[in-house]
Design a protein around this ligand. Structure first.
Ligand code: LRH
Ligand code: MN
Ligand code: MN
Length: 385
């Protein structure tokens, strides 16, 4: 048990700056009180999540939603708050110029503009000390014949290669796939295989990121995780839950069993721990629930799934598998999944000088009352802004 606790103590779950701002669907954004007015305040909120959970020391930024004049200053602000800058997320999907795509656009001038933004994101990595660039492209087409599928792959490869060459020592990019939306016919990076093939050609600084909400219903995500880890190409996760499409709901809310199965493959494949290179990031929006508690709950959900995955009796499982004991092997996994790990995590927090119950401790802290009165005119996170 002390091994498991030691492993859990090392966990690092990255929260996204955009989770703290107002967000919504294309139908309505329900504005909440006390939301951050700038990236500095988003970091302050993220620091609260870390303060109460002890396992969320990194914050992803999204450019240009988190554009500031002085990124070095923003990084210093983060460290004063006890957190640091995690992945830099690029945005080549919210400009009129990108109607027909960004890096795959048939117009070379638009491609250049998109590439310049990606390179600027690497500059921001240099300034903030971030080691990870996350690339997601909304690129694709809506109608058969609209553009040449192969030519678009060539343009994508060209842009990725230029970004790859710009990466410095200790920096990497993660390529994110998504099977549809906003493009509805062809998506240029629709699946892990496409992302994997592009990353494989480029080299070790290019890896795949698995956003759990970016798959067709019924997709076996843990298989993808096992495969990518085995190939050294799993760079990390954008965790969230989905019922239907890219719902961005709290991780572990829709299907905690799937989250456990994913975390089991992570642990099994050596993807857990500070040296694994696998980043556990949240990519969520809290449209109707309060945001900081939504992040705290999400972090706890990942922690619980991780604890259960760590509890799997590997020896018993291997023995049952070798003996062809189908039910026995399945029972080993289910025993771990069905264990209530909340007391263990509460104990761990207590040992770390934290409250046993981060949700209740945050509610008692008075932080929300403070930001509610101090912050007037908070901003939308970016979607549709
Ligand atoms: C795209 C996505 C990607 C973006 C984020 C805000 O759907 O998952 O990671 O950068 O949402
Ligand atoms: Mn994502
Ligand atoms: Mn998404």
């Amino acid at each position: 048990m002390s091994d498991i606790k030691a492993a859990l103590r090392q966990q690092s779950i990255e929260t996204p700056s955009w989770a703290y701002g107002n967000s919504g669907t294309r139908f309505k954004v329900f504005a909440q009180e006390g939301v951050p007015r700038d990236p500095y305040e988003k970091l302050a909120d993220a620091a609260q999540v870390h303060a109460f959970t002890g396992v969320a020391p990194r914050v992803s930024l999204h450019i240009p939603w988190d554009k500031v004049d002085d990124y070095g200053d923003l990084a210093r602000h983060a460290s004063e708050l006890g957190v640091r800058i995690g992945a830099i997320n690029s945005n080549v999907f919210q400009d009129d110029d990108y109607r027909l795509g960004s890096v795959t656009n048939p117009d070379p001038a638009v491609r250049r503009k998109a590439l310049d933004h990606l390179l600027e994101c690497v500059d921001i990595m240099d300034l903030t000390g971030s080691d990870t660039l996350k690339l997601w492209f909304s690129d694709g087409t809506n109608y058969p014949g609209q553009d040449d599928i192969r030519a678009r792959q060539d343009r994508l490869a060209e842009a990725l290669s230029a970004v790859y060459d710009r990466l410095g020592e200790g920096q990497r990019f993660l390529l994110e796939y998504k099977f549809f939306e906003p493009a509805f016919y062809v998506t240029d990076v629709p699946d892990w295989g496409t992302a994997y093939a592009h990353c494989l050609r480029l080299g070790p600084k290019a890896q795949v990121v698995v956003d759990t909400g970016h798959h067709a219903p019924g997709t076996n995500i843990e298989f993808i995780v096992a495969f990518l880890l085995r190939e050294g190409k799993l760079g990390g996760f954008d965790f969230n839950s989905r019922f239907y499409a890219d719902d961005d709901l709290m991780v572990g809310a829709a299907d905690p069993f799937q989250l456990f199965r994913i975390m089991y493959e992570v642990v099994r494949g050596g993807g857990y721990g500070p040296d694994s290179g696998v980043a556990f990031m949240l990519d969520q929006c809290h449209n109707i629930e309060p945001k900081i508690p939504g992040q705290i709950r999400s972090v706890m959900n990942v922690q619980e799934a991780t604890a259960k995955a760590l509890l799997v009796d590997g020896d018993a499982l291997a023995a049952a598998q070798a003996a062809g004991d189908v039910l026995g092997a399945n029972a080993v996994l289910m025993d771990a999944y069905n264990t209530d790990v909340r007391p263990l995590l509460a104990e761990l927090r207590e040992e770390q000088g934290l409250d046993r119950d981060p949700m209740a401790a945050y509610a008692r802290s008075g932080y929300f009352e403070k930001i509610r009165t101090e912050r007037v005119g908070g901003r939308q996170a970016g979607w549709g802004a």
